[in-house]
Ligand binder design. Structure first.
Ligand code: TXA
Ligand code: MG
Length: 330
């Protein structure tokens, strides 16, 4: 694996994609692991490298101004308006798939995920390559999405042919996914493009996939399964729960938006930002730094259950669910 800065890396990354290799690149959300959308062997390698089960569809990243009809059919007018408003940016649109898109990309479904990312390195790469690039987050299956080049190296090392280092990702959590392939628009994954921002263009509040909705292929209640145990805790219970966990043995880390009560010792207390966007930006990097072994308890102050915190709550709930799965003996 060779690591390049943005300026050096584009020519090398394009060559890598053309040869059927894998190139990791920065986006404004998280780092992606890219392959040529037309090359089934390269796409298959993505699944192998990530340890991701086949059948989990991949997002196709497209250049600015790319023609949606090339990838999708029956493209509704609202998709064009959303693309116009939010691309380049952290929004993935699910549309009816064009017959030429490979089965391995869509998991054999009749739909396709499309996104034009906003990071300058990603945009330059897509423009220079001139074709779609499939890219899941550049992490092993069930692990946190990487938000800087060093995270990609830690996750995938030499399994990647080339990495473009574009610094730390501005947003830090994955894109909003909006499904426009059905009767009504549905949010499959909340993100930085908020429900209210989407509603302004849609003219209605989109439905939200919840724990009780029918699952779409590739959606799992847990996404990231921490090595340690991770629990969401009400603000007023943090200190008591931390002391309780200390008694059980192991290390205790707390992520909170406020300082601890005076006199609390033996607990690592990490002060998190009070704004949801800054919290999201910090979240994965912070968890990655703490989640180093199984002998840890991570307690996270439960954010308010309001729309502004929707995307952060989604990631935290999945992490907590992943940690519970791990506690169940197999
Ligand atoms: O921000 C992002 O979206 C990042 C960056 C690299 O662009 N990518 C990313 O990809 O998060 P990945 O593969 O880690 O997550 C993509 C999600 C998966 O949950 C997958 O099931 C869903 O998108 N997805 C992709 N195509 C779909 C489709 N046709 N129908 C339903 N869900 C789809
Ligand atoms: Mg992912």
């Amino acid at each position: 694996m060779i690591q390049y800065t943005f300026q050096q890396g584009i020519v090398e990354a394009v060559g890598t994609l053309q040869r059927g290799g894998l190139t990791a690149f920065p986006t404004e959300t998280v780092y992606g692991l890219g392959a040529d959308v037309r090359n089934p062997l390269a796409v298959r390698r993505i699944f192998a490298v990530k340890g991701r089960p086949l059948g989990h569809p991949l997002i196709i990243h497209i250049a600015e101004g790319a023609d949606l009809d090339r990838w999708a059919r029956k493209v509704p007018g609202v998709a064009l308006r959303l693309a116009q408003r939010f691309w380049p940016g952290p929004l993935t649109l699910i549309l009816k798939r064009h017959p030429e898109v490979l089965d391995i990309v869509t998991g054999g479904q009749d739909t396709v995920g499309l996104r034009c990312p906003a990071h300058p390195a990603a945009l330059t790469l897509l423009q220079a390559f001139g074709e779609g690039v499939v890219a899941p987050s550049a992490n092993r299956f069930g692990r946190l999405s990487p938000t800087c080049a060093a995270d990609v190296v830690a996750e995938l090392g030499d399994a990647v042919d080339c990495i473009i280092d574009g610094g730390s990702c501005q947003i830090g959590i994955e894109s909003t996914i909006l499904d426009l392939s059905g009767e009504t628009p549905r949010i499959l994954r909340p993100g930085a493009v908020t429900t209210l921002a989407l509603a302004e263009v849609l003219g209605e509040i989109p439905e939200r996939l919840t724990a009780t909705s029918p699952r779409f292929p590739g959606s799992l209640p847990s996404h990231y399964a921490p090595r340690s145990s991770l629990r969401l805790v009400e603000d007023e219970c943090l200190e008591d729960m931390a002391l309780d966990s200390l008694k059980k043995g192991g290390d205790v880390a707390v992520l909170s938006k406020r300082q601890p009560r005076e006199g609390l010792t033996g607990v690592r207390w990490y002060l998190m930002p009070t704004m949801p966007t800054s919290f999201a930006h910090r979240l994965y990097a912070q968890l990655r730094a703490i989640d180093t072994d199984a002998n840890q308890h991570i307690l996270v102050e439960r954010p308010p259950a309001v729309l502004e915190w929707e995307a952060v709550n989604d990631r935290l709930e999945r992490a907590a669910a992943g940690s519970r799965v791990r506690e169940v003996p197999l």
